[in-house]
Design a binder for this molecule. Structure first.
Ligand code: PGA
Length: 317
């Protein structure tokens, strides 16, 4: 027996929610209807699609395979819908994006402009760290990704987007900040001076953390991590209140975080030159909407938008 479209929609929602009850609630239908339809679907296929361990619902191997096909099918229908709308001179549909935390200071702004221009486009934006983002790629859940380090385990198409330099920052009364101030910010701090300093770092799995650790290792230094925190904002607050130094993306300093007690320092071999990329799975066919947002990203000129805070320098008044 062939699955019906309705059954596949229900199946996808149960898999998403990990629960019959939650799926029924989300779709505003009775729970027995959902279980009945999934039972019929599974009978038609001849294999169980879910198994219950304790109170948790898991997909079986057959369920995983069906979910992959469902994604492709619904994706393809979405693309078709968007292509038809495009033929009618309208831009509408769904755009699913996932970006690393440092990009959250730039991408939403461009997204805002895009949505104003195309009010019929629905957007889902996830902000994650590098490890979470690359895990997510395995499930083909998004149209586009913005990230700094291209993972090796996924086949991606990617293009450079904007520079994402990482700068050393310290609290205003940190000894190295005071020293820099005494020299009028003219002399760069030797990188070796960072070796015995306490650092506030992003959590393991963060691309920023990885870039910092690799950079220190290249200079035969190790980072002394006093504290790790999972957001750039929390790090900025911790550093400003004297908990140690940190390395943060220039974008965090430019737009997301402004704290007069947080100062960028001129250190030898810094900033770390990183780069964001706009990427998508090679196997993924982009919708008209996703392509047009990707073009928007690739043509973004931050200089003309006055987004840049310039090359790192000691800003102390
Ligand atoms: P993160 O990633 O949010 O994992 O630190 C930043 C980056 O890779 O640019």
């Amino acid at each position: 027996m062939r699955p019906t479209f309705h059954q596949l929609e229900l199946f996808r929602e149960v898999a998403r929610q990990g629960s019959f009850t939650k799926a029924a609630k989300k779709l505003s239908i009775a729970q027995p209807t959902v279980s009945g339809q999934i039972k019929q679907l599974s009978q038609g296929i001849g294999l169980p699609l879910f198994e219950k361990v304790g109170r948790q619902l898991f997909l079986t191997e057959a369920g995983e395979m069906l979910l992959d096909s469902c994604r492709e099918m619904f994706d393809s229908l979405d693309r078709l819908e968007m292509a038809m709308a495009d033929l009618q001179g309208q831009r509408r549909g769904r755009l699913k994006l996932a970006v690393v935390t440092t990009a959250q200071y730039v991408v939403p702004k461009l997204l805002g402009e895009f949505c104003q221009e195309y009010p019929d486009v629905d957007v889902a934006l996830r902000v994650l760290n590098h490890a979470q983002l690359s895990d997510r790629m395995g499930s083909n859940a998004d149209d586009l990704y913005v990230l700094s380090h291209i993972p090796e385990h996924v086949d991606l198409e990617f293009q450079p987007f904007v520079d994402n330099s990482l700068m050393v920052v310290a609290g205003r009364s940190h000894p190295l900040a005071l020293q820099a101030m005494a020299s009028g910010g003219r002399k760069k701090i030797p990188i070796q001076k960072l070796a015995n300093q306490d650092f506030v770092m992003r959590e393991p799995g963060s691309g920023t953390r990885r870039a910092v650790e690799e950079h220190f290792a290249r200079h035969k230094l190790s980072v002394q991590v006093r504290l790790d925190l999972s957001t750039n904002e929390a790090i900025a607050q911790a550093v400003a209140s004297g908990l140690g130094m940190a390395v943060l993306s220039r974008h965090c300093l430019a737009s997301g975080i402004t704290n007069p007690d947080l100062v960028p320092l001129e250190v030898e071999h810094f900033p770390i030159r990183c780069q964001w990329y706009v990427a998508h799975l090679k196997a993924k066919q982009l919708s008209v909407v996703a392509e047009s947002f990707r073009d928007r990203l690739l043509h973004y000129d931050e200089f003309s938008e006055h987004q840049l805070i310039g090359s790192p320098s000691l800003v102390m008044s």
